[in-house]
Design a protein around this ligand. Structure first.
Ligand SMILES: Nc1nc2c(c(=O)[nH]1)N[C@H]1C(S)=C(S)[C@@H](COP(=O)(O)OP(=O)(O)OC[C@H]3O[C@@H](n4cnc5c(=O)[nH]c(N)nc54)[C@H](O)[C@@H]3O)O[C@H]1N2
Ligand SMILES: Nc1nc2c(c(=O)[nH]1)N[C@H]1C(S)=C(S)[C@@H](COP(=O)(O)OP(=O)(O)OC[C@H]3O[C@@H](n4cnc5c(=O)[nH]c(N)nc54)[C@H](O)[C@@H]3O)O[C@H]1N2
Ligand code: SF4
Ligand SMILES: [Mo]
Length: 696
């Protein structure tokens, strides 16, 4: 073969995946193929570093199993039997089935369902324009951020904080309930820079010796769902030992005297009994925080995936207020930058068509919704037809047995738009091939940083793949949905968004590749006050008033403690279910993405259960043995891996493997529950009580 291969060039983009790092990428391109992917060194947050799974992206983009043509189901649901169909016929079929559902049961019987497979604003959120234009059931997004964001908002009143690059200027970086070595590698870049350049220490608070905790100077190993107790004891010590910044509190907080009195009984010994962390370690950690003005708390999502998660996030942010850390460069508490971008997204989302009287269905409760639970359906009609884009609920959603039963319903029509034949696609009536980020135009915003990045189409998509935007517009046309956004290209949407939001034009962004929208120091550090009318941080949370839009308050909101506390609503160990299971993310997967790539599969090997050797000995479980793990919701078989990096009684299964990678096709979310976390919903993926049984 003497084929001419054009010389490689470098394209620029953003990582589209659901990861707070939102890395700026330099991508080798030759012909119509991508080669190595590198982190941009021109971008000061990415700083030339990306994770290994995205560096190997060519194996995902050019995977032999990419979906390339529309497929129609020919066998029973879930059989995997499909035959090719033309795009025109596929779109006609969706339009027919949606129209029929609407005629028989009303527009609310159609439920467009999506999530963050791509974080591009046009490709991710455009489906809402169709929903609003047609009056379909609205999607209440809840699977990921709700407890974390509501917990942060309860104190600061705004979803923003110090520039995440300031971690490099900190003297104590506290990585709390996140595992950045696996889940957002750039946090480590900046934290390690602080250690190298300033001799800063890195503390890591987690429930297992994660890859991040392996690198910690101060490892803080606690029991799951006990972060509120730890935070209280830390603040108790700060007040007790004269390390609370009373001047700062007097000016910037609502009720420091009330908090101090409340914490009087939350001693290190009290917290030791709850967290499993020795009181002496709590004291030492509190002293480190209290004596280091530049303490930067980088709070993640992981520790909020418990039934008391919002309370725990609020408690952790209170530490930065009691210690006065916010006022120092390299200090404060950071979780996400959601509030700094100020987008006007109405052209993408069709916000002008939104009708608040249309019901909202809860993403995390999809099992109950599809099974016809009247409460989950908000008293309305059953869901009869769905378009699923950008997400894989038949692996990732909690209460998986119910989810699978729902998708198996004969009277439910499901179209799934995907890059691969995921477990959700396999259950569909119609599977439509989707482009990848290098094959379409979109705009991205940082979660854990402050950049806006443009990601252009760099190569042609394989076969007949269409982008999310194109599919939504094609369907709108057939369904008679009317909105100017359906007649615009993705590039026109990006340009409109930038102009209307006062962020320049697409042409300007393309020339610069990315723009830095970090607010000034005073804004980021709340020097002029926190985001409440009186400018005071709320040590005493008013949960029902937290400014987070939800169909209603969810979970036991009335019982939430106002002051930071250990809120004992987690699924505690019992005689029947004596262990606590956490389902932390696997390093080489991203949720269920990359479970199709050989490089990631080789590294993750097989679904395992990490169990403490002493617990294993008590139960007669040997390394490598099959173990049945059962929660009140179902049972799963995992292979035991003996690991002494947890408190006794805690087990960890790194996730999310496909259900099919497990015996009997039952994966980890068979065990997780879909009851809502207070105050605005979410799934408690890391809060499960389980029993273990050694299998032969
Ligand atoms: N490799 C990889 N990267 C990912 C993902 C992935 O699946 N794999 N997922 C992406 C997505 S969607 C998100 S939202 C982010 C989330 O990223 P993170 O913010 O890191 O959140 P989690 O990944 O849920 O959990 C982080 C850590 O919290 C720990 N943890 C669990 N329960 C508790 C607790 O009660 N207290 C404390 N202190 N720690 C606890 C877990 O053991 C885990 O090590 O990561 C993104 N990046
Ligand atoms: N046990 C357990 N379960 C969890 C978690 C956990 O920690 N433990 N984490 C939870 C969290 S935080 C989250 S955010 C959810 C995430 O759950 P999901 O949003 O389902 O995340 P992924 O599994 O990555 O699925 C994204 C899908 O979108 C597809 N996709 C990517 N780009 C595009 C595109 O441009 N167009 C289309 N049409 N499709 C695209 C990908 O191929 C992939 O199959 O999982 C949750 N589930
Ligand atoms: S660290 Fe996160 S944002 Fe960066 S390349 Fe990896 S998955 Fe993408
Ligand atoms: Mo997430």
């Amino acid at each position: 073969m003497n084929q001419h291969v054009p010389p490689a060039r470098t394209g620029h983009s953003a990582c589209p995946h659901d990861c707070p790092s939102t890395c700026a990428l330099d991508i080798e391109i030759s012909g119509n193929r991508i080669g190595r992917v590198r982190g941009s060194s021109a971008n000061s947050y990415t700083a030339g570093v990306i994770c290994a799974k995205v560096a190997r992206y060519a194996e995902r983009a050019h995977h032999p199993d990419r979906l390339t043509q529309p497929l129609r189901r020919t066998g029973p649901k879930g059989s995997g039997q499909f035959a090719p169909i033309s795009w025109d016929d596929a779109l006609d079929l969706i339009a027919d089935r949606f129209t029929e559902a609407e005629r028989r049961y009303g527009a609310e019987s159609v439920w467009p369902y999506y999530y963050a497979g791509t974080m591009g604003l046009v490709m991710r959120d455009g489906i809402n324009r169709l929903t609003h234009a047609k009056g379909y059931s609205r999607f209440f997004s809840s699977i990921c951020v709700n407890p974390a964001w509501s917990g942060f908002l309860a104190g600061a009143g705004r979803l923003a904080g110090p520039d995440p690059r300031e971690m490099a200027k900190s003297d104590l970086v506290v990585i709390w309930g996140t595992n950045p070595v696996s889940t957002q590698v750039n946090v480590m870049t900046h934290a390690v820079r602080a250690r190298k350049e300033r001799g800063a220490r890195i503390a890591v608070v987690d429930v297992y010796r994660s890859p991040t905790m392996e690198q910690a100077d101060i490892p803080i190993l606690i029991r799951p769902g006990t972060d509120g107790a730890l935070a209280c004891a830390i603040m108790h010590v700060l007040f007790r030992d004269g390390l609370a910044d009373r001047a700062y509190l007097g000016r910037y907080a609502d009720d420091p005297a009330g908090l101090e009195a409340h914490l009087a009984s939350r001693t290190p010994e009290w917290a030791e009994a709850i967290t499993g962390l020795p009181a002496a370690e709590i004291e030492a950690f509190a002293h480190a925080i209290g004596r280091t003005p530049r303490t930067f708390i980088r709070a993640g999502y992981g520790f909020t995936r418990s039934r008391n998660g919002a309370v725990n996030m609020h408690a952790v942010t209170c530490i930065a207020t009691v210690a006065g850390s916010w006022q120092h460069e390299g200090g404060g508490a950071f979780h996400t930058n959601g509030a700094i971008f100020g987008w006007r997204k109405s052209m993408i989302e069709g916000g002008d068509l939104l009708d608040r009287s249309v019901r909202q269905l809860d993403q995390s409760r999809i099992g109950a919704v599809l099974s016809g639970d009247p409460a989950a359906l908000a008293g309305g009609p059953p869901v009869m037809a769905m378009l699923v884009q950008n997400t894989n609920p038949v692996s990732v959603a909690p209460e998986q047995e119910l989810v699978k039963r729902g998708f198996a319903r004969e009277d439910l029509f499901v179209a799934v738009h995907e890059q691969f034949m995921t477990e959700t696609a396999k259950m569909a009536d119609l599977v439509l091939p989707a482009t990848m980020f290098v094959e379409h135009d979109d705009i991205y915003q940082g979660g854990g940083n402050q950049y806006v990045i443009f990601g252009p189409r760099l190569i042609d998509p394989p076969g007949e793949c269409r982008s999310n935007h194109d599919l939504v517009c094609d369907l709108a046309w057939r369904l008679g949905a009317d909105h100017p956004g359906f007649a615009m290209s993705a590039r026109e949407h990006v340009d409109w968004l930038l102009r209307e939001s006062g962020r320049g034009t697409l042409e300007e962004l393309e020339a610069k590749r990315f723009i830095d929208v970090q607010p000034d120091f005073d804004t980021a550090h709340y020097v002029k006050g926190f985001n409440w009318p009186d400018g005071r941080f709320r040590l005493k949370a008013e949960w029902p008033k937290v400014p987070y839009a939800a169909p209603s308050k969810m979970g036991p909101v009335a019982d939430m403690p106002s002051f930071p506390d250990h809120w004992a609503v987690t699924e505690e160990a019992t005689e029947d279910f004596p262990f606590r299971l956490v389902t932390s993310p696997a390093r080489s997967f991203l949720n269920s993405t990359f479970t199709e790539t050989p490089g990631s599969l080789a590294r993750e090997k097989r679904p395992e259960l990490m169990i403490h050797p002493e617990d294993a000995a008590t139960l007669g479980i040997l390394a490598g043995q099959r173990v049945e793990v059962a929660s009140p919701r179902g049972a799963v078989v995992l292979q035991a891996r003996l690991f002494d990096g947890m408190r006794r009684g805690v087990v960890v299964a790194e996730s999310i493997w496909p259900n099919a990678a497990h015996e009997g096709g039952r994966g980890i979310n068979t065990l997780t529950g879909a009851d809502s976390i207070a105050p605005v919903g979410g799934a408690a993926f890391h809060d499960n009580h389980v029993r273990l049984r050694a299998l032969g």
